[in-house]
Design a protein around this ligand. Structure first.
Ligand code: SF4
Length: 518
């Protein structure tokens, strides 16, 4: 099983943080180790993660079949893995979200196993065992019974290579955001594992000696509130009984902030961070993208509410929607500042294959040809794979403006200050477990190393001193977010330069004198 490399640098890979803590990559390949657990016991599995290690000819030579697949940002490497396997006379099997959304791109693979593996992997195995050497197996949509999903093969992972380890509780989300591929891949009725099953996964991680940050990779952990509310008390009890070996993060929709019971349960279970898709400050834009759950609320207050339960928020924002009437830069920056969200990822809208957005743009004739083919970059450098409603140049200028302002070191430190003043960890577990990679943030050596690399370090020292005096319980979170700035600062400048180049290309085209046709 070969997990493909993500292309180059992205906002998400936090390479500087990995380097600082001695890890090689952020997250482990949960999808592949879950599929590995569904294979017959008689099959030997070797896992190679191309983000952390080399795939050698000897590895391919050892295998009978090479299984791979990932997301759009892994497309180029997935195809390369297929080619390399076939060049060595091996059969290549592709699955995962990108192959499921764009199977035509992987037509050269020997087998395609599309959709959720639980519904289809047995058919592939039976066909292989019966002698088939090619085929396409498509799972029925949204029907996989995740209560039957086996415990992922965590034993295949080298824990010290990662910042954190992922687990999954549910699939699917009840909302309807137009740009989102999750509801297309997993449906709008969230399916959850049962409590005992989920705790057995944590038992396994614990037995294997892992301690520290565990991420619930669910796209919206609170998609089925009733189920998650019944699960969290068991999770809290498990964590307490085991003396808090794990601290959790996840993704959730902003309506989390409306539910004090749920927030309290998450605090009790030892959640410390949540990613929230805020997308836009503009209600008309939120309505157009069908993200109604973010409207009719004061977003900054909703975020502060989550802070009051000791959970810090990372958030996503998107630029390039049709309803943007003019510059949205001021409103977006104001919201990010008011909400005090240090880690705010702003990207350009990208029409992902198979989404409502892509279907609409296709009907309107606005999609770029090859819109589903990966081009080197991410949604920051190569977003807007369609004709936007307002001039592309204006959007790119807006984007640059936002990045320059929110990742200015003084602005970032200011948001950290405000976060420190609001993050209430008084009811949360204080000590990190022994063996937690993040405990390195507390050593003087690491503090000085982070501070030594930050720009305007006096300003960040002020933030740190203030935190020590006023809210020392949030020190680890603060150091983590300062370390993340070592990645965000340079990466935002990289995107700004990419925007400068795109803007210069547009200007150069527009300044070409028109030659009158004969
Ligand atoms: S809330 Fe998140 S996961 Fe759910 S539909 Fe919207 S973008 Fe997708």
């Amino acid at each position: 099983m070969v997990y493909p490399a993500f292309f180059g640098q992205t906002f998400w890979n936090y390479s500087e943080v990995c380097e600082l803590l001695g890890a090689r990559y952020t997250a482990a390949p949960l999808g592949l180790i879950t599929v590995a657990a569904m294979l017959p016991d008689t099959w030997d599995v070797r896992l190679i993660n191309r983000n952390t290690e080399e795939l050698t000819e000897a590895d391919i030579g050892w295998a009978d079949i090479v299984m791979t697949g990932g997301m759009l940002l892994q497309q180029a490497d997935s195809l390369d893995i297929v080619r390399r396997a076939q060049n060595q006379g091996k059969h290549a099997i592709v699955g995962g979200p990108d192959a499921t959304s764009s199977p035509h791109i992987y037509a050269g693979a020997d087998f395609m196993v599309l959709g959720e593996a639980e519904g289809v992997i047995d058919k592939f195995i039976a066909a292989w065992e019966a002698g088939a050497r090619s085929g396409v197996f498509q799972a029925e949509k949204f029907t996989a019974d995740v209560t039957k999903t086996p415990i992922p093969r965590f034993d295949l992972l080298k824990f010290d290579q990662y910042l954190y380890i992922g687990v999954q509780y549910s699939r699917g989300c009840p909302f309807t955001c137009e740009f989102c591929d999750i509801i297309e891949l997993y449906g709008r009725v969230p399916r959850t594992k049962n409590n005992q099953q989920m705790l057995r996964e944590l038992d396994r991680l614990y037995e294997l000696g892992y301690r520290g940050h565990v991420d619930f990779v669910d796209d919206n952990l609170i998609g089925n509130k009733k189920a998650v509310k019944a699960f969290l008390p068991d999770l809290a009890r498990w964590n307490e009984t085991h003396d808090y070996p794990f601290e959790f993060s996840t993704e959730a929709s902003i309506n989390l902030s409306d539910d004090p019971d749920l927030l309290n349960l998450m605090r009790e279970a030892n959640f410390f961070a949540v990613f929230v898709g805020i997308e836009s400050p503009d209600p008309a834009t939120l309505n157009l993208m069908r993200k109604k759950q973010n409207t009719r609320r004061n977003i900054a207050e909703s975020i502060h509410k989550i802070y009051s339960y000791g959970i810090f928020v990372n958030a996503g924002f998107i630029l390039g929607f049709d309803s943007e009437k003019g510059s949205v830069a001021d409103a977006m920056v104001e919201l990010i500042e008011d909400a005090a969200i240090p880690l705010s990822i702003v990207g350009l809208l990208y029409a992902l294959p198979g989404t409502q957005l892509t279907r609409r743009l296709e009907k309107e004739g606005r999609l770029h040809s090859n819109h589903d083919l990966f081009s080197p970059g991410d949604q920051c450098t190569h977003g807007l794979n369609f004709e936007p409603a307002r001039p592309l140049r204006d959007i790119l200028v807006d984007y640059k403006n936002i990045l320059e302002r929110i990742f200015d070191p003084v602005a970032y430190a200011g948001r950290l200050d405000r976060l420190v003043s609001m993050l209430d960890r008084s009811g949360s577990q204080r000590e990190l477990p022994e063996g937690d990679l993040r405990s390195k943030f507390g050593t003087m050596e690491k503090v000085h190393r982070i501070m030594g690399q930050l720009p305007m370090r006096e300003r960040f020292w002020k933030t740190l001193t203030n935190c020590v005096k006023k809210n020392p319980r949030v020190m680890t979170s603060l150091m983590m977010l300062m370390a993340v700035y070592l990645h965000l600062g340079p990466y935002s400048r990289f995107i700004i330069s990419a925007m400068d180049r795109r803007i210069a290309e547009i200007d150069a085209k527009e300044s070409v004198p028109l030659v009158a046709a004969e």
